[in-house]
Ligand binder design. Structure first.
Ligand SMILES: C[S@@+](CC[C@H](N)C(=O)[O-])C[C@H]1O[C@@H](n2cnc3c(N)ncnc32)[C@H](O)[C@@H]1O
Length: 336
């Protein structure tokens, strides 16, 4: 582990118990039966009943255990031992079967605990990529543990939003950071945390690595995954910027969605799984041509767009609320 990663791990060890007690994570609500998953990931990952699910960077396991409640056989992995201890005790308290392992994502394939090719679903979400210095070992881990017909699903803050200043006191979008990575991580002193901006935190130094959307897609496809869809959204699930306002939730499943909303999600399968015998492997561009827009947006997103004080987003514009891509023969994608 590099000194930068070591400093981050110390911060996560301190944040885990603080987050566990925070209103943001609402552990009491979870214990009372609430799911911490949003309708988006539930819908897009699909039915997990009886499936094996590996959750990377699971923090203290709320989402992992929410998948267990939906019938998945789950293993959560996180580099913070404090987070994993909390996850294990929470699983015991609510009586859900789940395995939790303290490890860095990039070290997992070398560890004996998990079976290679043993998972139907590899899942990771919200606030994970910036902690990884290099995405290639991460992608190799995903492919290593996926079954041949398994799926990898990620929902993450849109990297485009990371170019804007997000410190307390910011009043609107202000360009502050590069979109493309430089040779070193971005190092900042961060008071508090996203879950509690006023919390007193001793380990304030945070090192984050920039990963552009193109890098994420390229690394995953080079590792052997084939994209099924890449949806970009104008919403997020927490107060990403201090000036964001909370919207009423739609469909009851989304927490703390905000006026200006950003996130993107990406689901892939292993390359070649749906290729008829004899058909050559396709490049990413070819793969994209096999998809077309099937629906402009889900009902939940349409309801949110209509309720948005900024006014509904016109469909078909560059700022569409949501794009969904489904398999549709070899038809080229129609122009928007
Ligand atoms: C923002 S949290 C994930 C939040 C999660 N989506 C949730 O809401 O519970 C990021 C997590 O990544 C973990 N992490 C950071 N680097 C890691 C690595 N290399 N391998 C495994 N976990 C890592 C941290 O310990 C932390 O728990």
């Amino acid at each position: 582990m590099t000194p930068h990663e070591e400093a981050n791990r110390r911060r996560w060890d301190e944040l885990a118990p603080l987050h566990f007690r925070s209103a943001f994570y609402d552990v009491d609500g979870f214990k009372a039966g609430k799911s911490t998953l949003h309708s988006l990931e539930i819908e897009e990952v699909g039915d997990v009943t009886g499936k094996t699910l590996l959750h990377l960077q699971c923090h203290f396991g709320l989402d992992t255990l929410s998948w267990a409640r939906r019938g998945a056989r789950v293993v959560g992995v996180d580099a913070s031992s404090e987070a994993i201890e909390l996850a294990r005790s929470l699983a015991g308290e609510v009586g859900l079967p789940a395995g939790f392992l303290c490890a860095r994502v990039q070290d997992l394939p070398a560890l004996p605990e998990l079976t290679p090719g043993g998972f139907d679903v590899v899942f990771t979400s919200y606030g994970v990529l910036c902690w990884l210095p290099d995405l290639r070992p991460w992608a190799r881990t995903i492919v290593h543990f996926l079954k041949p017909d398994g799926i990898f699903y990620i929902v993450e803050s849109h990297p485009f939003t990371d170019v804007f200043a997000d410190a307390a006191g910011e009043t609107d979008l202000r360009l502050a950071y590069p979109y493309f990575p430089g040779p070193a991580p971005l190092t900042e002193e961060v008071p508090g945390s996203y879950a509690d901006r006023t919390a007193v935190v001793a380990n304030r130094t945070s090192h984050v690595w920039i990963h552009s959307l193109g890098e994420v897609v390229t690394v995953l496809t080079e590792a052997g995954l084939r994209p099924e869809f890449l949806h970009e959204h104008t919403c997020t699930v927490f107060q990403r910027f201090p000036w964001m306002k909370q919207e009423p939730t739609a469909g009851g499943a989304c927490r703390n969605r905000s006026v200006r909303r950003y996130r993107c999600c990406f689901r892939c399968v292993r390359a070649g799984n749906d290729r008829p015998a004899g058909e050559p492997a396709m490049g990413f561009q070819d793969n994209l041509k096999k998809y077309r827009v099937a629906k402009e947006c889900s009902q939940a997103d349409a309801a949110l767009a209509a309720a948005c004080p900024l006014g509904p987003t016109p469909t078909g514009s560059a700022a569409s609320v949501s794009r969904r891509w489904r398999r549709c023969g070899n038809s080229p994608r129609p122009s928007a």
